[in-house]
Design a protein around this ligand. Structure first.
Ligand code: NIG
Ligand code: FE
Length: 429
């Protein structure tokens, strides 16, 4: 048995305990414990609560103590929408957009996702793996302990498998938990431009079965939007995925209102993401469903467009999650604290709601809620400590790096204090 560790001196312990998933008024309840402590054994939480109660346990008295000096501890953050594996930035398009070109104009001219596809196809797997591993370490340095990662820059069998195999290799060799999603239907690749239906057939008949056979993904996603896939095509692809055991998720109504959010409800998708253009009717349907509404304010900021109606979704009673959408085209950020700031400032979410959206609800959308997303006895010891005295200061100080300690299954992934961090940067507790 490994040594037990007692995290003590937690000024605010944000447990997020309570109903899962969270919606309505319950979203704003952080399950706060002041002056808390958390006892960790074998990578799991053995006890969590008021310091005086936890410290009285016999095991706690023998445990190694890490005093957090009054800082704030959250559940390890869960990033439930990323495009982690890509070959290069699209910084040239960034400048074009600053000068006035739109995302869709650039895509129609052969840039956008298709430009990332050209570069990814040319990149060796080892190179992609090295880059993604470095990004994962950065994510951990911002408090993230679980990451969903989508394929979608390969767009043929060989290269979609290349991405998903990189993700599997990373899941095995580094400690941040990775949940894989197959996004072969990101856009129609250039070589199928004149026969999009043939590409849909390829995704349905060859790619999905191959991905499922190798056990490379848990979810199947489609970019159902103007310039990408129609509602009918998306329905066929998601149904094929489900028949092979891949649960649906959906990029929905980001660029235009196409009815994708309604498709997500119809298909009982795990998540409908973006939702910039949903109508009041769509919001009511989403709120009446168990589909998680994953909001991605990094994309709204980076594209310079109005944010999705986050406040209206929360008020209607929808299950809301927040994610970075980390990708080179629309959201080059991997900081969930920054995304929380954008959700509070630009969507009028309250800090406690933003934290619930990036922990417990995000975990639910990835079907990991029984193990991650809250700080409760029996859960994985996935913990994120911030160098603040009040949890509301995490979104309040926007763009400021406040992560102080990140722990995954009891292992330190990131520590600002040199006393806790070994030269290798990681250690088992
Ligand atoms: O989530 N909208 C589609 N997919 C990504 C953008 C990908 C890209 O531009 O490379 C998104 O915003
Ligand atoms: Fe995306």
């Amino acid at each position: 048995m490994t040594e037990s560790v007692l995290f003590t001196g937690i000024g605010q312990l944000v447990t997020m305990r309570g109903p899962v998933p969270r919606r309505g008024a319950a979203l704003a309840d952080p399950g706060l414990v002041r002056d808390g402590a958390v006892l960790v054994r074998d990578g799991r939480i053995a006890a969590a609560g008021p310091r005086r109660r936890v410290e009285r346990l016999r095991e706690a008295r023998r445990a190694r103590k890490i005093d957090l000096g009054g800082r704030v501890m959250l559940p390890g953050l869960v990033d439930s929408h990323t495009h982690l594996v890509f070959a290069a930035s699209r910084v040239e398009e960034y400048e074009m957009r600053i000068a006035g070109a739109t995302y869709e104009e650039i895509a129609r001219a052969g840039g956008g996702i298709r430009s990332s596809v050209r570069r990814l196809r040319a990149a060796p797997a080892a190179e992609l793996e090295g880059a993604a591993e470095a990004w994962l370490a950065q994510m951990a340095a911002h408090g993230t302990t679980t990451v969903e990662a989508k394929s979608g820059y390969g767009l043929n069998l060989e290269n979609e498998l290349k991405i998903l195999r990189v993700q599997r290799a990373l899941a095995r060799k580094q400690p941040v938990e990775i949940v894989s999603t197959f996004l072969g239907a990101h856009v129609v690749p250039a070589e199928f431009r004149r026969r999009p239906q043939a590409y849909v057939d390829l995704v349905v008949r060859r790619m999905i079965p191959a991905v499922a056979r190798e056990g490379l993904a848990e979810f199947c996603d489609v970019f159902c939007d103007r310039g990408a896939f129609s509602v009918e095509q998306s329905r066929a692809i998601l149904a094929a995925g489900r028949a092979c055991g891949l649960e649906p998720r959906l990029h929905a109504d980001q660029l235009a209102r196409t009815g994708a959010a309604r498709l997500a409800v119809e298909m009982r998708a795990a998540s409908a993401d973006h939702l910039d253009h949903v109508t009041r009717g769509d919001i009511a349907r989403l709120a009446d469903s168990d589909v998680v509404c994953t909001l991605l304010p990094g994309a709204g900021l980076h594209l310079g467009v109005p944010q999705a109606p986050g406040r209206a979704l929360v008020d209607a009673g929808a299950i809301v999650a927040l994610a970075t959408d980390f990708n080179p085209g629309t959201s080059p950020t991997l900081s969930l604290p920054m995304v929380m700031s954008l959700a509070c400032d630009g969507m009028r979410l309250r800090p406690a709601e933003a934290i619930a959206a990036a922990t417990v609800n995000a975990a639910y959308s990835l079907r990991r809620h029984e193990r991650v997303g809250t700080i409760e006895t029996g859960k994985q010891a996935d913990l994120a400590v911030f160098d603040v005295a009040d949890y509301r200061e995490i979104p309040y100080y926007f763009g400021v790096h406040l992560s102080w300690l990140t722990v995954k299954r009891g292992e330190i992934l990131y520590a600002r204090s040199p006393v806790l961090a070994r030269p290798a940067g990681r250690r088992r507790l």
